[in-house]
Design a protein around this ligand. Structure first.
Ligand SMILES: [Zn+2]
Length: 133
């Protein structure tokens, strides 16, 4: 569980109930993570996360939940980890992550070209890390 949290933190986004959160910092106990709403300019909502679960809600969101945006975020997260962890062709990575989404969900995703760029950028990043080790 701890490593899952770390990788999630590395990706910088946490999704829950139609809202997207951005990692802020780790609390004084070194275990609780503080996350803030992605729309931080207009929204003061924050959550405390422990072992991958929200343990405390702070402030109320100033906006409606957006399930489509969450699907988009989760798809991009999945796409990036698949890009990093497999040697599949770029198009195959995209199909595996996007193929079974509904038309409505596919509608909010970046274009195919943008997804291809995401896959390539992630792979470059991963290879770069390996080279630096
Ligand atoms: Zn919010």
């Amino acid at each position: 569980m701890a490593s899952a949290n770390l990788s999630q933190r590395g990706k910088g986004k946490f999704t829950s109930e139609g809202y997207i959160y951005i990692f802020d910092k780790v609390g004084a106990d070194q275990v609780t993570e503080f996350w803030r709403c992605e729309k931080r300019r207009q929204c003061k909502a924050r959550v405390h996360v422990k072992d991958g679960e929200i343990v405390k809600f702070i402030n109320v969101h100033s906006h409606a939940a957006d399930a489509a945006q969450v699907v988009k975020q989760e798809t991009i997260t999945k796409l990036k980890s698949r890009a990093a962890e497999t040697v599949e062709q770029t198009n195959q990575v995209i199909n595996e992550c996007v193929g079974n989404l509904t038309q409505a969900c596919q509608g909010v995703l970046p274009t195919h070209g943008a997804l291809r760029k995401l896959v390539r950028r992630k792979r470059k990043e991963v290879r770069g890390n390996v080279e630096r080790l």
